[in-house]
Design a protein around this ligand. Structure first.
Ligand code: ADP
Ligand code: MG
Length: 418
C-alpha cells in the first residue's frame, strides 16, 4: 500500500532549485509553493452558484523561477520525461500550448491577457508531491504556485492580500479553461490560494458576491476530535475532458431556465428559507419543484445539486458541534447522491467507499469531479492506514489498479518558500 507523505519544505526547496540549475544553468530567483486540495463536501455545486468546503492538503507543488528579458518561457517538471518545454508568449493564442506546459505557461498568458503587460517570459522548474490526475488538484497546485511566483518576480503585488489573490485565481482559472482546455469552476484555485491551516474554506459561489465576501474560514481541527481524514486516490482514470462534466453543467443550466431562476442555488435557498429546520417540509417542497421538470434524469441532477448545497452548512455545524456521527452521515449521503442522482461515480469509487464504511469509517464519499479520482473517509486517529490497506486488498482482489493513500490535515495556501 503506497502511503504518500508530504515533501518536507526544506528538502523540496533544495530539490526544485537543483532541477532548475541542472536544466537552465543558473540559480532561480526564488521558490514558491501551492497545495493540492480536497473538497470535504459540496460537489458539483460550484457552477450552480452553490457552496463547497475544501481544505488545502499538506501535499504541495514547488516552483523555482527566474524572470527572462524576452517573452520566452521555459518550463521543466520532475514529473514525466523531464524534458524542458519552450514557448514564446508573444502572439500566443487560446489552446496554443499542448500537454502539461499549458498549465504554467497559460498563467503567464492569462496575466498578460488581463492587462498586466509587465509580465514577461520566465524559466520555471517544478517538483511536486501532489498525486497527478487523482482529483486532488495537482493542476491548481501548479497554476497557483506559478501565479504567485510570477506575481512576485514581476512585482504585481497581488499575492499579499486576499483581495489581490482573487486576481491571481482568475489567471489560474483562465489558464486551465482556455489554455489547457480543462473546464474548472474555481473551487480548486480558491482552495489553493485562500485556505488556512486548521480551517476549511467555506466557498460561496454566487456570482453576485464580491470575492472578499465569497469565503469564510471554518474551524476544521481533526486532531482535537481524535480524527483522521483518509484520502485514497483510486487511480481509476480521471477524465473530465470527455464531455461528461459539460453535460452535467449544461443540464443544470437548462433546469434553472425551465424553473425560471438564475441558477439552482436560488431553488435551494428558497426552499430552505421557507422550510426552516423542518426536513420533511423541505423534501416536500423539493418534490414540488422536481415535478415541474420534464425528464427523470434532470430531476435526479437537480435533486443532487439542491440537497448537496443543503449538506454543506449542515456539515459545518455538525463538525463545529463535535458531532462526528452526523458529519459522517452527511459524507455518506453526499456520496450516495453523487452515485445515484448525479451518476458521476465509477466502481472503484463505490468499492473504496463501501470498504471504508465496513471498516469503521464514520462516513466516506468520493471527492472531486468523479469519473475516477479520490475518496475521503472520516476515521478515528490511527485507523487511516488499516482502512487504506483494506481498500488496497479489495482492489487487488477485484483486479483494479493499486490505489495510493495519504492523510489530509487542513494546511496552508500558496506561499513563498525561499
Ligand atoms: P488533478 O488536478 O486532479 O490532479 P487534472 O487532470 O486536472 O488532475 O490535472 C492533471 C494534469 O496537470 C496533468 O496531466 C499534467 O498535465 C498537469 N500537472 C499537474 N501537476 C504536474 C506536475 N507536477 N508536473 C507536470 N504536470 C503536472
Ligand atoms: Mg485539476
Amino acid at each position: 500500500m503506497q502511503y504518500l507523505e508530504p515533501l518536507n519544505a526544506k528538502e523540496a526547496v533544495g530539490k526544485v532549485a537543483e532541477l532548475f540549475v541542472d536544466t537552465f544553468g543558473a540559480a532561480p530567483k526564488g521558490v514558491w509553493s501551492a497545495p493540492g486540495r480536497v473538497n470535504l463536501i459540496g460537489e458539483h455545486t460550484d457552477y450552480n452558484a452553490g457552496l463547497c468546503l475544501p481544505i488545502a492538503l499538506p501535499h504541495r507543488t514547488f516552483i523555482a523561477v527566474a524572470p527572462r528579458e524576452s517573452g520566452v518561457a521555459r518550463v521543466v517538471s520532475s514529473f514525466g520525461d523531464r524534458k524542458p518545454v519552450t514557448v514564446d508568449l508573444d502572439g500566443l493564442k487560446v489552446r496554443g500550448v499542448d500537454g502539461w506546459a499549458a498549465y504554467p505557461i497559460g498563467v503567464a498568458w492569462a496575466l498578460r491577457q488581463a492587462g498586466f503587460e509587465t509580465v514577461k517570459g520566465f524559466d520555471a522548474a517544478f517538483v511536486s508531491c501532489v498525486p497527478v490526475g487523482g482529483g486532488l488538484s495537482s493542476s491548481a497546485a501548479m497554476t497557483c504556485s506559478t501565479a504567485l511566483a510570477l506575481d512576485d518576480i514581476y512585482g504585481l503585488g497581488f499575492g499579499g492580500s486576499d483581495e489581490g489573490r482573487v486576481k491571481l485565481i482568475e489567471a489560474a482559472m483562465k489558464a486551465e479553461n482556455d489554455m489547457a482546455g480543462a473546464s474548472t469552476g474555481g473551487l480548486d484555485q480558491n482552495a489553493s490560494m485562500r485556505c488556512t491551516p486548521n480551517h476549511a474554506l467555506l466557498l460561496d459561489c454566487r456570482p453576485e458576491l464580491d470575492a472578499l465576501h465569497s469565503v469564510s474560514q471554518q474551524p476544521f481541527d481533526l486532531d482535537s476530535l481524535g480524527l483522521e481524514l483518509l484520502v485514497v486516490d483510486t487511480q481509476a482514470s480521471h477524465q473530465l475532458n470527455d464531455g461528461q462534466y459539460e453535460a452535467r453543467r449544461s443540464m443544470c443550466e437548462d433546469a434553472a431556465k425551465t424553473l425560471g431562476v438564475e441558477n439552482l442555488r436560488v431553488v435551494a435557498d428558497r426552499i430552505s428559507q421557507s422550510a426552516g429546520d423542518d426536513a420533511d417540509a423541505a423534501q416536500a417542497s423539493l418534490s414540488d419543484v422536481l415535478d415541474k421538470l420534464p425528464d427523470e434524469t434532470m430531476k435526479k441532477r437537480v435533486r443532487h445539486v439542491v440537497t448537496e448545497i443543503w449538506r454543506v452548512p449542515q456539515f459545518v455545524h455538525a463538525f463545529a458541534a463535535g458531532d462526528v456521527k452526523e458529519a459522517g452521515r452527511l459524507f455518506n449521503a453526499s456520496h450516495d447522491s453523487l452515485a445515484h442522482d448525479y451518476e458521476v461515480t465509477v466502481p472503484e469509487l463505490d468499492v473504496a467507499v463501501d470498504v471504508a464504511r465496513h471498516h469503521g469509517a464514520y462516513g466516506a464519499r468520493m471527492t472531486g469531479g468523479g469519473f475516477g479520482g479520490s475518496i475521503i473517509a472520516l476515521v478515528d486517529k490511527g485507523k487511516g492506514r488499516p482502512v487504506a490497506q483494506a481498500i488496497a486488498d479489495e482492489f487487488a482482489h477485484r483486479g483494479f489498479h493499486a490505489p495510493r493513500a495519504l492523510a489530509a490535515v487542513a494546511s496552508d495556501s500558496a506561499r513563498r518558500e525561499a
